[in-house]
Write a protein that binds this ligand. Structure first.
Ligand code: ATP
Ligand code: MG
Length: 171
């Protein structure tokens, strides 16, 4: 919690610069998935949408933070399990990342709010799951620092697809 708070306030203050390097996004993504697998053994994984490599100019540590938060949420908000699909691609000079779950889903009127600091969806099911509401605002900041944006489609009771797009730059 403290680390997330510090991270977010640093990001918000504009004091952190991103350190762009030629980065293959696949290794940090795979490391994140392997780390998260034991957290919810009920989840089955579809990783067919992850290519062998995906190279762009990015800040590797910050991109990993986005993967950890988004894939972490997919696992955490799928208490009954189900398939989590992870996709990464480059098209139209854009890197696109998506993680789709078949978990709780988010009511339409709260979908825009989940990117706000400390916002947690108001439901008895979510209340049983621990969290602070800092992960998604951190992801949004990092995506925007890369010149990108975050994406979300969700249906209550059916699941969610969270993602980000960042411009694909090469040197
Ligand atoms: P943390 O700070 O530990 O990440 P958190 O997971 O509650 O806490 P966010 O990651 O910012 O915070 O998510 C905000 C809220 O959005 C969550 O509390 C949850 O209600 C909802 N949410 C996020 N991801 C999902 C998902 N994959 N499925 C359903 N609800 C989600
Ligand atoms: Mg979270």
């Amino acid at each position: 919690l403290i680390m997330d708070l510090l991270d977010l306030s640093r990001l918000e203050s504009g004091r952190v610069a991103i350190e762009l390097q030629v980065t293959d996004l696949v290794p940090p993504l795979m490391e994140t998935i392997e780390l998260l697998k034991p957290r919810n053994p009920k989840v089955t994984w579809n990783l067919a949408g992850i290519p062998a490599t995906c190279v762009t100019l990015a800040d590797p540590l910050k991109v990993k933070q986005m993967f950890e938060n988004l894939v972490g949420n997919a696992v955490k908000y799928s208490p009954a399990g189900g398939c989590v699909s992870v996709r990464l691609s480059i098209a139209d000079d854009e890197v696109r990342f998506e993680v789709e779950d078949h978990g709780l889903g988010i009511p339409a009127d709260q979908q825009a709010l989940v990117w706000d600091k400390f916002y947690r969806v108001d439901s008895s099911t979510t209340a049983e799951i621990e969290g602070t509401g800092l992960g998604l605002p951190i992801v949004k900041h990092i995506a925007e620092m890369h010149g990108g944006r975050v994406t979300l489609t969700s249906k209550l009771g059916e699941g969610s697809t969270f993602g980000f797009c960042i411009p694909c730059k090469t040197v």
